[in-house]
Design a protein around this ligand. Sequence first.
Ligand SMILES: Nc1nc2c(c(=O)[nH]1)N[C@H]1C(S)=C(S)[C@@H](COP(=O)(O)OP(=O)(O)OC[C@H]3O[C@@H](n4cnc5c(N)ncnc54)[C@H](O)[C@@H]3O)O[C@H]1N2
Ligand code: MOO
Ligand code: MG
Length: 632
Amino acid sequence: MSFKHTVSGLILAGGRATRMGRVDKGLQPFRGMAMVAHVLQRLAPQVAGVAINANRNLPAYESYCTPVWPDELSGFEGPLAGLQTGLRHCDTPLLLTVPCDSPFLPDDLAARLHQALSEQDADLAVAVTMEVDESGQLRRQVHPVFSLLKTSLLPQLSAYLDSGNRRMDGWYGAIRVAEVLFDDAAAFRNINTLGELQQYEHGAPANAPTLAQVVGCLADYDPEALPVRHAQRIIGEFITPIEAVEQLALRSALDRVLAADIVSPISVPAHDNSAMDGYALRGADLPGDAPVTYSVVGTILAGRPHALTVGPGQCVRIMTGGVMPDGCDTVLPQELAALINDAGVTIAPGVIRAGDNRRFKGEDLMAGTPALKRGKIIRPADLGLIASLGLAEVAVRRRLRVAFFSTGDELRSIGQPLAAGCVYDSNRYTIYGMLQRLGCEVIDMGIVKDDPAALEAALRSACENADAIVTSGGVSVGAADYTKQIMAALGDVTFWKIGMRPGRPLAFGKIHSNQHSAFLFGLPGNPVAVMVSFYFFARAALLRMMGAEAPLPLLRVRSSTAIRKKPGRTEYQRGILGTDADGRPQVGITGSQGSGILRSMSEANCMVVLHDEQGNVAAGDLVDVVLFDGLV
Ligand SMILES: Nc1nc2c(c(=O)[nH]1)N[C@H]1C(S)=C(S)[C@@H](COP(=O)(O)OP(=O)(O)OC[C@H]3O[C@@H](n4cnc5c(N)ncnc54)[C@H](O)[C@@H]3O)O[C@H]1N2
Ligand code: MOO
Ligand SMILES: [Mg+2]
């Protein structure tokens, strides 16, 4: 049975709003209605009923058809006073509090807090998020105003207030508290100042520029002939990263983006140790002109503590990884000994030098130094590195949610018969593959017909469920291409003809629907154009949204053939990178380069990037190449 009937909601609107100039925060207009109405809309479906705790303008709050309860303590005594009032009136066993200035609160707040409360048999469940501060460090942020608690806690709370305390979490010591980690910190954002109110009015985070502002910085901006590098720059400046962070078990973090620097808590290795199985001795003691025999005073195994000291004329048997004994700085690999017998180990002159085969404490990682930087995509070596620090969990950015669909009446899905003039939808498969490779959470929305209402519904739904949207088709100048009109109507979207081949038309911007917004990449319909536009525009932008640093490396390679190329535009040609007869790398172009010929894309293992200013390429010239696959 659902828990909903056991929970009442309480919106805390009784504060003074000192940072907002003492206006009544809950009643401030925001995106077409009062702030409290947004909170009410999100909270009401999650609970049996909602009440508001307010101390001013009571009739205005009552107009939302909810009970309104002022504090019993007089003098704006803070949120706990509101909570006390709420507990006193509450007629369900549980009460859920939220502040009136949090219009983005999560839809699953009650469900998640309730689950933790019952699983952990707690008195109170409170929301927690992980946030990255300005110095790049990760910290836990507890949100005591987002709490689910037992109504029976009223006596404890009243006693706490009677003793003069007002801190929201100050009474947690006396009750059982369950902390619930939410991965979307932005959902808990509260609006504290009039400036923030204006800022969030259009869904824009702090200081986000409009597309027109970004474009305004380009002296010779021409959307009908936009150089590739300008389009890339505009997109990069307009995109904003998602901030939500989640804590994952180490192995689950593979291919995810590190959310905060990892500072090494220990030195690796923790001690100077031997790099070889052999004999440790003092470097100053090595032979001069004649062989020397050293007596063996003990054996050191890796991982075994010891208190051996080695004097002049002595050595100690040591295994790889064994901790170097005091005074020793050199290891003789055992196979280099001139003689090993009961008298000891004999070393000939000149076989090793002082300091050989010793690994220093901290030579891999020194305690207190950054081991990995935020923004790094976690690869197999990083998993090992983090494990070497003894860390079981890492903080990563939440996965980026990307919705995608294809547009066009001529498209058929696999399994459907192919009517005359129709083609199977291949773009949804290439896009799926490319998004998966980037580590996105994908939402496949199928094929959308060339119909304005269907396109609008699809874009709105994508916008409400994803961080970014990738569409294909309908961005050129064709008669049935409604896509552009609908995209433009839903937000800040611009349409470009880019100086490139393939992939000339591109729509880019941000759309809004029901208080949600998403970045939009309207890619051209031709099957190769869609891939090229994804790789050279969407890829970097999506990575930036994920908070990742992953530039595309360009290799300079000799072209095995001549390539025709017009200066004044960037051409991306499908290439096969291999080696010539002498084993040197070379690249050749796959067959037809038409933007509908997917076969030649499939045969290719790289793209040859011929830049704007470049003209024809002669056989043997060096060209830039981007590989499709990397080793990791
Ligand atoms: N008069 C002009 N015509 C065109 C121009 C132009 O500048 N002036 N640009 C050309 C270029 S370049 C491209 S690329 C295409 C882009 O067109 P759209 O983005 O509007 O895409 P559609 O018209 O919907 O489709 C184009 C082509 O691709 C096939 N297609 C579309 N979606 C899929 C899919 N999911 N799977 C497989 N194939 C798909 C579609 O059937 C068309 O053949 O416009 C040029 N025209
Ligand atoms: O983008 Mo189009 O022809 O360049 O395929
Ligand atoms: Mg078209």
